[in-house]
Write a protein that binds this ligand. Structure first.
Ligand code: PLP
Length: 497
């Protein structure tokens, strides 16, 4: 089966190959690329416990990226998942509190975005080599904290690429900002934006859709691409660890072959959990995907009432990577809910743009039964950190704690008996101060790197090398722009008048 990619919004837009979709990021009509058919895995799930992460990644990604040759895809995968992770398992599963915790924070930036962003630059440069006459790739990215650093780390000094990152000035943790400001690489650029994540993301999307700017770029030998989670080169690598977790559960004898399980996913832009949804389509036995939100619980409301409404207060929380009111990847789910109807999807997205809200039909809601949605307040998140430390001597980062709390409430209120895996998206050291607050530590008032040291004393887990390095790395000068100055900033970097 030859899969192509088409836009969620465009009726007549031509379908493109995987490599073209990876290079373009976003479809020219503003929609997101979706595969024209959904494959099933072509191996037996009984094989899963024997497959290493890289082999499994190959078997799954070849279904989606089918204009890459076997050797191209395998060499991308080998380069992405090696010594840059601190465990050969890449995504190990731990067991606490009767649940599995899938640790996606063993890469260079100690958060889950590494899994996709260590691979994406290799996919992109391979894709670019397939299309002759292709230009220097300019990666433009808005980040709620983790994508920015992970993308900079992935693209640093990759030939024929530049990466420009925008983050909300007051919306990221101290460690996240330090990680970005200490990134090496002549082709990496980073700006704080005087606004929240949605302001940064909306303006990045505007730049992408600005045909005048695209033209000026082309004249100067550049083309934009996106490292945001809307890129299929980021989305599909995330499908792999859902299968990998299942294999580890089989291996440990926690489940029987074919048994359905739940995943609780701390959700922001809806990329991670959407990958879980694709895993289910591919044939993974899933019962429920638990969509876990923080106080910015737009998605909880959407799943429980059918109303998506971003007209509401925006909160800065202890889980900043989930402080999002416009979850971009939800558009792909919406597309499937409409029965893959681009006209209907486009109409919903137009309503969102114009009114800031839309309501799906009762008929569409009947297709949401793979999901359960709930949220954790700041207090409950902190309490969950304390609870797991008391019961299992493990320190959860606040994002993981949100998902852990939602899983607990789900189990208690529904009496569901399926094995549940909490997707653990960051190391506690990345959000040290918030973890100290959760633990009622007397040092919880200490900000910055000293919080990391205080947390280390408290939990005794060795510091990941990437955090240890922050203590002595040179820091670049902070540059701050207003949202409306982002275009000028980009043009200056590319020397476009
Ligand atoms: C990005 C991120 C999330 C949210 O993932 P989405 O794919 O945007 O839903 C959750 N936790 C952490 C630590 C993240 O970096």
């Amino acid at each position: 089966m030859k899969i192509l990619y088409r836009s969620t919004r465009g009726k007549d837009t031509e379908a493109v190959s995987a490599s073209q979709a990876i290079l373009q990021g976003l479809s020219p009509d503003g929609g997101l690329y979706v595969p024209t058919a959904l494959p099933k895995v072509d191996f037996s799930l009984d094989e899963l416990p024997q497959l290493g992460y890289q082999e499994l990644a190959y078997r799954i990604l070849k279904l989606f990226f089918n204009d890459f040759t076997e050797s191209e895809l395998r060499s991308c995968i080998t380069a992405a998942y090696g010594k840059n992770f601190d465990t050969p398992k890449i995504a190990p599963l731990s067991y606490y509190d009767g649940k599995g915790y899938l640790e996606l924070f063993h890469g260079p930036t100690i958060a889950f975005k590494d899994i996709a962003l260590q691979l994406l630059p290799h996919l992109m440069t391979t894709a670019a080599a397939k299309h002759t006459g292709s230009k220097e790739i300019v990666i433009l990215t808005a980040t709620s904290g983790d994508t920015g650093k992970a993308a900079m780390a992935g693209f640093a000094d990759v030939p024929h690429t530049k990466i420009i990152v925008f983050y909300p000035k007051h919306g990221v943790s101290y460690i996240q900002e330090q990680q970005m400001l200490t990134q090496q690489g002549k082709n990496t650029f980073v700006f704080g934006v005087n606004g929240n994540f949605d302001a940064a993301q909306t303006n990045v999307k505007k730049l992408f859709n600005d045909s005048q700017l695209t033209h000026e770029l082309a004249e100067n030998g550049y083309q934009f691409s996106s490292a945001n989670s809307i890129n299929i080169g980021r989305l599909f690598p995330q499908v792999v660890y859902y299968f990998y977790a299942y294999g580890q559960l089989l291996h440990a004898g926690k489940i029987q072959p074919g048994e359905k399980i739940n995943f609780s996913v701390p959700t922001g832009n809806f990329g991670n959990i959407l990958a879980g949804f694709y895993a289910k389509q591919l044939g993974l036995p899933l019962n429920k995907l638990l969509c876990a939100s923080n106080k910015n619980n737009v998605l909880t409301k959407f799943f429980n009432t059918g109303l998506y409404d971003k007209n509401r207060p925006f909160y800065v929380t202890s889980s900043p990577s989930m402080d999002i009111l416009i979850s971009s990847n939800l558009e792909r789910l919406l597309f499937y809910l409409t029965g893959s109807d681009p006209t209907k999807t486009a109409a919903f997205m137009k309503e969102l743009e114009e009114k800031g809200s839309y309501t799906i039909t009762t008929q569409m809601r009947t297709h949401l039964d793979s999901f359960y949605a709930n949220f954790a307040s700041e207090d409950k998140t902190a309490a969950e950190i304390a609870r797991l430390f008391a019961s299992d001597q493990v320190a959860l980062d606040p994002h993981t704690a949100v998902a852990s709390r939602v899983a607990k409430v789900f189990q208690e209120t529904t009496q569901d008996q399926h094995f549940t895996v909490v997707v653990s998206t960051a190391s506690p050291y990345k959000f040290a101060q918030a973890v100290l607050v959760g633990l009622h530590d007397p040092n919880a008032f200490i900000p910055g790197l000293e919080a990391v040291e205080a947390l280390q004393k408290r939990i005794g887990v060795p510091l990941p090398p990437t955090i240890a390095r922050l203590f002595k790395a040179p820091v670049r000068t902070k540059k701050i722009v207003e949202p409306q100055e982002m275009e000028t900033a980009v043009k200056e970097i590319l020397s476009i008048k």
